[in-house]
Write a protein that binds this ligand. Structure first.
Ligand SMILES: Cc1cc2nc3c(=O)[nH]c(=O)nc-3n(C[C@H](O)[C@H](O)[C@H](O)COP(=O)(O)OP(=O)(O)OC[C@H]3O[C@@H](n4cnc5c(N)ncnc54)[C@H](O)[C@@H]3O)c2cc1C
Length: 497
């Protein structure tokens, strides 16, 4: 039997560090000692505010009270992302966490809608999606549903620094030890190549059996020490820089994130309870930082609350996200631009994967290989989904959009597009976090129209078909009648529970 893993050292106290500390300590409890080292002098990246629905599961396994979480992190509800100017300027579509209509047997609802379109009935597919209807109306309630047709999946938009502090308090209450200090040396066992300890500027040494590298983009252990190597995806996702700035909140907080395409990148707007998070993701080959600042500051619509912060990044992933006795979690493991708000989810799934494959009896090649296999798929599938937004554009106002439209994309993307274009078929891959309805909404929103539909949709007369659509819309609208506005929900829910 190899040595048991008794002591875990987490390097870094950003979102990745504190999420890892909280969950690993919660699940492994007294089986393991956890120490987290972070440097106040370096600080955290401070962005990362929009999430996707599985974060609810993460918080609930931690046992967090949702109302307290919303209060502590100044969070808002997220039902969707609104993509503006992505296909062509002046047009927009939503990628919601819901799904249109109701599937019948093996036939997705959109096939009935396609058939109706072909019969000359023009309606918006999103009108059959409760998430969209509530997002547009600025409404939200936690529905107690007994029929999946009214299920409304949601996520949160929160203040990243406040979430980290909240999880720090939680972790420390479970017994996680926090050590502040700058790591300036890493000790390695000369025989095994494993990391044995990190040394702080103060001279203090923190030793451990397993190290979680949450040190951000620098990848202190996985990259700088172990030289794991990095797979660069900049040729598919040419944006390599972001500029972030908070601004004052608007009178009303909408329950969705906005993604507004510009001539060489896109702008996010994330409404929180106390402010808006804003930023521009751009290609430095097309915009100078001054041009980026002009675009961002010219499109805020509320006064700024700080100076703009420039964040360079490199899209791609560590070739091995688990190498020797180091597991990279968060930005040290790789980065995909925040177009679909997936980075915090990648932190979550890395932690869950590590817990599932936890090396109680010691690190083995089998555990490491399986971990790396799964995380490779997951990163690549998210990458493909993001690439598709760029690839399927019809904008003609800049070389940037022409270039991304004409690039050679991974084959999986063209296969999915071709299948959908032929007869509306959608497929689901293992490890792809995006369900069929996500691919559907983005393909349709970006202008792919299926030529044909499933034969089941052809069995109805046109009259029956239109009746089905009208009844579906009526059903979807039902829960909205007594639903409060999003701000009203937040005020009531956060204060009365
Ligand atoms: C522009 C942009 C927008 C984003 N938006 C989203 C979004 O909307 N949704 C989403 O899910 N994700 C988003 N992300 C990603 C998200 O910000 C990160 O996944 C998340 O913040 C995790 O960061 P981290 O903890 O890995 O790194 P960091 O926050 O950088 O933390 C690194 C930690 O390591 C410590 N450290 C580093 N070096 C040392 C050292 N030598 N000694 C001691 N400590 C050290 C630092 O002090 C810090 O505590 C965005 C990222 C960017 C760049």
């Amino acid at each position: 039997m190899k040595n048991r893993i008794g002591k875990l050292v987490i390097v870094g106290g950003g979102t990745a560090g504190w999420m890892s500390a909280a969950m690993l300590k919660r699940v492994l409890a007294d089986q393991i000692e956890v120490e987290l080292v972070e440097s106040d002098a370096i600080g955290i990246i401070g962005v990362g505010e929009a999430t996707i629905p599985p974060i609810q599961l993460f918080n609930s396994v931690l046992g967090l009270d949702e109302a307290e979480f919303l209060r502590e992190t100044k969070a808002s509800i997220k039902l969707a992302i609104k993509f503006e100017n992505w296909r062509v300027q002046g047009e927009s579509y939503y990628h919601t966490f819901g799904a249109p209509g109701r599937s019948q047997a093996f036939c997705h609802f959109h096939h009935f809608w396609i058939r109706a379109q072909q019969a000359g009935h023009t309606s918006n597919l999103w009108d059959y999606d409760l998430n969209y209807l509530c997002a547009e109306a600025g409404k939200f309630a936690k529905l107690q549903v007994n029929d999946p047709v009214w299920e409304m999946q949601y996520a949160y938009q929160f203040d990243a620094s406040l979430y980290g502090q909240y999880l720090r308090r939680y972790s420390e209450s479970l017994g996680v030890k926090r050590t502040e200090g700058l790591i300036n040396q890493v000790n390695v066992n000369s025989e095994s190549g494993d990391i044995t300890s990190v040394v702080l500027k103060s001279g203090a040494t923190v030793a451990g059996d397993l190290f979680i590298d949450c040190s951000g983009g620098r990848g202190l252990l996985i990259n700088q020490e172990l030289k794991t190597g990095y797979e660069d995806w900049g040729h598919w996702l040419p944006c390599d820089r972001a500029m972030a700035i908070p601004s004052e909140r608007f009178e009303t907080t909408v329950p969705y994130t906005r993604s507004i395409a510009h001539s060489a990148g896109w702008q996010w707007r994330i409404p929180l309870q106390h402010r808006n998070g804003n930023g521009l993701v751009y290609s430095s080959s097309h915009y100078s930082d001054d041009e980026a600042a002009d675009i961002l500051l010219g499109n805020l619509e509320s006064p700024t609350l700080a100076d703009p912060k420039i964040i360079p990044f490199r899209t791609g992933r560590a070739k091995k996200q688990w190498n020797r006795n180091v597991v990279a979690v968060g930005l040290s493991s790789g980065f995909l631009e925040p177009l679909e708000s997936t980075s915090i989810h990648l932190i979550q799934s890395a932690i869950v994967r590590l817990i599932t494959l936890f090396p109680h009896a010691g690190v083995t090649p089998e555990l490491v290989d399986e971990y790396n296999r799964q995380s490779k798929f997951e990163f690549e599938y998210i990458r493909d989904f993001i690439i598709m937004h760029y690839y399927l554009n019809e904008r003609d106002d800049s070389q940037f959009w022409r270039d991304v439209r004409n690039m050679n994309v991974p084959e999986r993307i063209t296969q999915k597009i071709n299948l959908f274009r032929a007869n509306g078929t959608l497929t689901k891959d293992n490890f792809d976090i995006f369900l069929e309805s996500s691919w559907l909404q983005v393909m349709l929103g970006q202008g792919i129209t299926p030529r044909d539909y499933h034969p089941l949709a052809g069995k109805l007369t046109v009259e029956q078909l239109l009746d089905k659509l009208a009844k579906t819309k009526e059903t979807k609208l039902q829960p909205m009648a007594n639903m409060p506005g999003h701000d009203e929900f937040l005020a009531l829910y956060c204060e009365t529970r």
